[in-house]
Design a binder for this molecule. Structure first.
Ligand SMILES: *Cc1c(COP(=O)(O)O)cnc(C)c1O
Length: 430
């Protein structure tokens, strides 16, 4: 494949945009080559400005569960656009989307819309702190909750230590209230609670982690987490920005029996438009401004065009609940195929699937947490990624990301991707 135009475009972008991209992971830093600049998407395919076509397993990092340029969602957006782009005043569509969400999630009585997952989580944490009157929060290494200050805490720090910032520009004073524990390790959680004398506002977790590769929490772990939170009056937040409407219609909450106190949503909820949301039972949400004292606001929050996209997407999902079985089968088909290709090439690989989310690691060990994930063979991944891209398969450009199936992803596309995996892995071991 030729990437000449993208290479030139990247050089131009580099002059005026730091690193040439508006979000770091897009820069292909962990893999070979330069990022293709995208011209358009069509169903399960992406087309770059050099005219290359790719089978897309990134789907804008999750939001596009119906694939690119879905006609129903586009029509909803175009209808909304005709009436204006933003009013900064209440609109009916906000209540409609909120009602859909509160009906779907029995853990959510009320929901507030924002414009990104980062904002959703940042606001949820503030509300949890305001509600409990406590400052400390507990997060897990390898879980990503957006880039707000108190959540940008060094991954990999040890047991029960107060977190050090993982980015310059984040004052240590702001992260000293962020405790860290290892994912799926309840003993560390207990230690954190003991060290903090139970003075923890909330525990935030990706119940199905998708930002260290795909690493689901075990049911036992989530149940014990729930019990510890209950024992200390600590709120349990499920960050379902990625897993919401992805792992199942109800996200992880459609899979585990454990109920969180608060939920954050994003990605699929906006169907490709900038939308995030956080919700909880009424008692908690009553603390949010203007009902309560915890401040939170946004000029473009609940934007009518973005809400229209989200509503169209959610209605379509609710009308076709069987799509999750189909998406799951396709994800399994892809992962089984990759696994067989790796076996044939005698390259160690582990895979996992949750609904329309999939993940694979070049690893000899099962991956239960970030330490395990960090042992994956990232140089093998980099070569694999390049080989797949050259064969028209667009995978996330880091081994610490989940992959996604859309309803526009066909079995033929999956089989083509598997064939590419056989060829690529064969080439790498030749
Ligand atoms: C993507 C993601 C976020 C951040 O959302 P943005 O819209 O990128 O700000 C937060 N939490 C999780 C679990 C995510 O996957």
């Amino acid at each position: 494949m030729a990437y000449d135009k993208s290479i030139a475009a990247f050089e131009e972008a580099y002059k005026v945009i730091p690193g040439g991209v508006d979000s770091p992971v897009r820069a292909f830093n962990g893999v070979e080559g330069t990022p293709p600049f995208i011209q358009k998407g069509e169903g399960g395919y992406l087309f770059d400005i050099d005219g290359n076509r790719y089978i897309d397993f990134v789907q804008s990092w999750g939001p596009l569960i119906f694939g690119h340029a879905d006609a129903d969602i586009q029509n909803a957006v175009m209808e909304a656009v005709k009436n204006g782009l933003s009013f900064g005043a209440p609109t009916l569509v906000e209540t409609e989307l909120a009602t859909e969400i509160t009906t779907l999630f029995d853990t959510i009585d009320k929901v507030r819309f924002v414009s990104s997952g980062t904002e959703a989580v940042m606001s949820a944490i503030r509300l949890a702190r305001g509600f409990t009157g406590r400052d400390n929060i507990l997060k897990f290494t390898g879980c990503y909750h957006g880039h707000s200050d108190s959540l940008l805490v060094q991954a990999g720090s040890g047991l029960a230590t107060f977190g050090a910032p993982s980015s310059p520009g984040v004052p240590a004073d702001l992260t000293k209230h962020t405790l860290l524990a290892t994912y799926n390790d309840i003993e560390e959680v207990k230690q954190c609670f003991a060290d903090a004398k139970g003075d923890i506002a909330c525990v935030i977790i990706e119940p199905i982690a998708g930002n260290m590769g795909l690493v689901p929490a075990t049911e036992d772990f989530l149940q014990e987490l729930r019990a510890i939170c209950d024992a200390h009056g600590t709120l349990l937040i499920f960050d379902e920005v990625m897993s919401g409407f992805r792992a199942s219609l109800k996200g992880a909450q459609g899979i585990t029996t454990v109920k969180p106190d608060m939920v954050t949503l994003g990605k699929v909820i906006g169907a490709g438009m900038p939308v995030g949301a956080f919700g909880a039972r009424a008692e908690i949400m009553a603390h949010l401004s203007p009902e309560g004292p915890v401040y939170q606001a946004g000029t473009l929050s609940g934007n009518p065009v973005a809400m229209a996209a989200g509503l169209a997407s959610l209605k379509k999902l609710k009308a076709n609940p069987s799509i999750y079985v189909e998406l799951g089968n396709k994800a399994k088909r892809l992962m089984d195929g990759f696994q067989k290709a790796a076996n044939a090439a005698e390259i160690p690989m582990v895979t996992d699937v949750r609904g329309s989310m999939f993940g694979f690691f070049f690893s000899e060990i099962p991956v239960r947490n970030f330490t395990d994930a960090q042992q994956n063979d990232t140089s093998m991944f980099a070569k694999f990624h390049k080989g797949m891209l050259d064969r028209g398969v667009y995978l996330a450009c880091s081994s610490f990301e989940a992959g996604f199936i859309s309803t526009a992803t066909t079995n033929e596309m999956i089989d083509e991707a598997i064939k590419a995996a056989y060829e690529t892995l064969k080439e790498l071991t030749a």
